[in-house]
Ligand binder design. Structure first.
Ligand code: CP
Length: 337
């Protein structure tokens, strides 16, 4: 895959060497993400950060990543504050915004919308989530996190055992994660969901074709018993026709410390793309897991910055210029103890 000057729309574009290349750039960017060093390598560049659905992590971390590389960010945060609300087409929006930006990040509620937008754009477009279809930057940061967490236990991505738990039908993070994991050897996957929220057929077929060993179950204890990673997801209530339908599934698959202790191997890592539903009737990941050192959800969210910096660096072709432009920081990072 040639990153430079190209859109990133789907995990289908990546092979293992592309992923390794991105991760190696991300590793080199760690000191810049943690503010040990500064770069202005994207000085003068403008990111159009276009979010037509709610977001905390993806929007802010894409914006922060661009700023950390020295670029400027312009944003739309909802359909209602854009001219889409006046009937403007996505294609016209793409034509216009690509005249104001050097690269565009787009989140939109319709499956396939980011692809449609990219076809009309004059600058590279990165998919930040299109409906229930895909969320490629999330899968890349998830895989980066899995690799880092496994390396602590001297394991790697080949031979991975993972349980995907929750709404596997509508969860775009899960869909992109399945695609990326299918590129590795001897992967074993437990798919834990209510029957009505199982992984879509086309993705199941993709896993089978890639020789991923799949076990589908509705039983949380069975699914999490012999895995390296538990990846929990929220019921995607915004994708249901009505809220009452979604409410049927809330709280069915909640993980807490006693379930973990009774069923999991000692170093099983707990992940979640977030946001997790912390309302008492859902409580996907109980508060009592806070003390569990294997709860990796905030390390996972932090990794979003370095992965998104690496995506920008590669797409804008500056990955080789960052170290040469590095400067020391002039302020102290973090709270004083
Ligand atoms: N994981 C994720 O996409 O979170 P946001 O919806 O907050 O961006």
């Amino acid at each position: 895959m040639d990153f430079s000057g190209n859109h990133i729309l789907s995990i289908d574009q990546f092979d293992r060497s592309d992923i390794e290349k991105l991760f190696s750039v991300a590793d080199k960017l760690e000191p810049f993400a943690s503010k040990e060093k500064i770069t202005r390598v994207l000085e003068g560049a403008i990111l159009g950060n276009m979010f037509f659905e709610p977001s905390t992590r993806t929007r802010i971390s894409f914006g922060a990543s661009f700023n950390l590389l020295g670029g400027n960010v312009r944003e739309i945060t909802e359909v209602g504050s854009s001219s889409l609300a006046k009937g403007e087409s996505l294609a016209d929006t793409a034509q216009v915004l690509s005249g104001y930006s050097d690269i565009i990040v787009l989140r939109h509620p319709e499956n396939g919308s980011v692809q449609k937008f990219a076809e009309a754009s004059r600058v590279p477009v990165i998919n930040a989530g299109d409906g229930s279809n895909e969320h490629p930057s999330q899968a890349l940061l998830d895989l980066y996190t899995i690799q880092k967490e496994l390396s602590q236990n001297k394991k790697n991505l080949d031979n991975l055992r993972i349980a995907l738990v929750g709404d596997l039908k509508y969860g775009r993070a899960v869909h992109s994660l399945c695609k990326i994991l299918s590129k590795y050897s001897n992967v074993k996957m437990d798919l834990v969901s209510p029957e009505e929220l199982q992984l879509p057929e086309d993705l199941l077929n993709q896993l089978t074709d890639a020789r991923v060993s799949v076990n589908q179950t509705e039983n949380l204890e069975e699914g999490i018993s012999e895995v390296d990673i538990i990846y929990v997801t929220r019921v995607q209530e915004e994708r249901f026709n009505n809220k009452e339908d979604a409410n049927k599934y809330r709280g069915l698959l909640s993980l807490n410390q006693s379930i973990y202790t009774a069923n999991c191997e000692p170093n099983t890592v707990i992940m979640h793309p977030l946001p997790r539903d912390s309302r008492s009737d859902a409580n996907e990941l109980d508060r009592d897991l806070y003390a569990n050192p294997n709860l990796a959800i905030f390390r996972q969210a932090d990794n979003g910055v370095v992965i998104r910096m690496a995506m920008f660096a590669l797409v804008l072709g500056v990955e080789g210029k960052i170290e040469k432009t590095a400067k020391p920081v002039n302020w102290k990072v973090g709270l004083s103890s």
